[in-house]
Design a binder for this molecule. Sequence first.
Ligand SMILES: [Zn+2]
Ligand SMILES: [Zn+2]
Length: 280
Amino acid sequence: MEKIKERIEQILKKRPGYKEILNFYLKIKEEQEKSRSHLHLSPISLKKEWRELLKREGFSLIEKKDFPVDTEASIKLFHSLCEVARGANPRLAEQTQLIQEAVQQNRLNLEEILKGKVKEDKRVKELGLDQKVFSFLIYQSIKPSLEEGVKDLRKELEGENWSKGYCPLCGDLPSLALLKGEGGKRYLRCSYCGAEWRVDRLFCPFCGNREEGSLQYFCGEGEEAYRIDICEKCHHYLKTLDTRVMEIIDPELEDIATLHLDLIASQKGYKRPVPHLWNP
Ligand SMILES: [Zn+2]
Ligand SMILES: [Zn+2]
């Protein structure tokens, strides 16, 4: 956490406009850290034939819903995060209050939602609550569980050659790419579970395009550590963090601190397939 705080201070010196959102991020992160030490997770059961399915059919190891989640710890964390969100910007505070009321009056049952018994989006819509805010709070509440699950599952994949555009663990799309080591090996980072896997440098994960001429990128001014990879075929973009230029403490933090690059990309007409979670 100390390193994260230092990095936030560094960022704010250059871009003070990010103060509010980075404070919010830090408070969420602190609550998640507290929760992490109390987690009780059941082991993940993999299909016997998983290795076969992964290799031959390109199936991910599990599905998003199969991640073990500590429901009790997540509900506790959900309530702490609601308190954090109520101290944030007025719109978020207002929406969070409505969500909290629905939970207190049991119109919204967190346990059922976390256990996948109720379709979250349908219920939230019926109640006229803000879907984006609710999904954000739920996702941040289960994140410590997801991160522990990834630690476990990653071992299973050692030595596997994946190189696809979606996550080998849960099947979701990447939200970031990272360049690492000599020659800049390229890794994609899952938008859901945060797992990383190696892919080719010239490859659009969203449409499979490998033609050099239609894969371009641009950087922000004086920001060589960040770049936006764009694909002229599908008009999607992917933000890339170059860890050779700068030490990355938390990719998610860097993603928030470069929302201005997302704005430029969208002004140029490119889309981010997985919406930026922290985009207010
Ligand atoms: Zn994943
Ligand atoms: Zn593409």
